[in-house]
Design a protein around this ligand. Structure first.
Ligand code: IMP
Length: 200
């Protein structure tokens, strides 16, 4: 049995493999498989999208564990937006910069205490086409008043972490990857796999 990571995103894969180091199963990505999968992320929740990325692979690779995730930014003042629309929030010709500018504009004049936000990662594990585990990871912070920092990606330059007095993009990737929503979810998965392997 192997652990298949249902992602085609190389930087996510690197991050995930790093977190899963020490897991006894061989870890491979969907790009390492013989069969190719073209998946649509058109669900209404992170959970639905995570399932859409993972289930079709699990139906084919029945003996393996297949893990997938979907993630994004939720801003309290915007009632959870951009949520599942995080990637293309500024429209068809989206860029990370345009997405960030859109959020900053929507929060113009809003005080610090009303700028609460979180990154959310929903991870699912399938075996033989059946959901066997769902794990959620969240990183809480605030939307800053301006974009700062060069590291990371996406909304990192406008995601302020009070504990560090920095945006996520001002933290080196190694530091962000220890505290991120994805790190939280995949570390929980690692602990779960360890527990299961000891009880079988
Ligand atoms: P997906 O899960 O690859 O579809 O990512 C959705 C979008 O959420 C990304 O394109 C980013 O805009 C945003 N996002 C997810 N995780 C992060 C993160 O760790 N930092 C900044 N933005 C993120």
């Amino acid at each position: 049995m192997k652990l298949i990571i249902a992602t085609q995103n190389k930087s996510k894969l690197r991050e995930i493999k790093q977190i899963l180091k020490g897991v006894k199963l061989p870890v491979v990505s969907q790009d390492d498989l013989d069969r190719k999968f073209y998946l649509k992320e058109n669900g209404k929740t992170f959970f639905e999208n995570a399932v859409k990325k993972t289930l079709p692979i699990s139906k084919v690779y029945k003996d393996d564990l297949v893990v997938g995730e979907d993630s994004g930014l939720e801003v309290q003042y915007l009632r959870g937006a951009p949520g599942v629309y995080s990637k293309r929030y500024s429209g068809k010709n989206w860029t990370y910069k345009k997405n960030n500018q859109k959020i900053l504009k929507e929060l113009e004049g809003i005080s610090q205490k009303n700028r609460k936000a979180n990154f959310h990662c929903c991870l699912v594990v399938f075996r033989s086409g059946k959901l066997i585990k769902r794990i959620d990871g969240r990183l809480n912070g605030y939307i800053s008043k301006e974009s700062k920092g060069k590291h990371g990606f996406g909304y990192d330059p406008i995601f302020y972490l009070p504990k560090y007095k920095k945006t996520a993009a001002q933290l080196p990737s190694s530091a962000k990857n220890k505290i991120s929503h994805r790190a939280i979810a995949f570390s929980k998965l690692k602990a779960h796999l360890y527990k299961v392997s000891r009880s079988t």
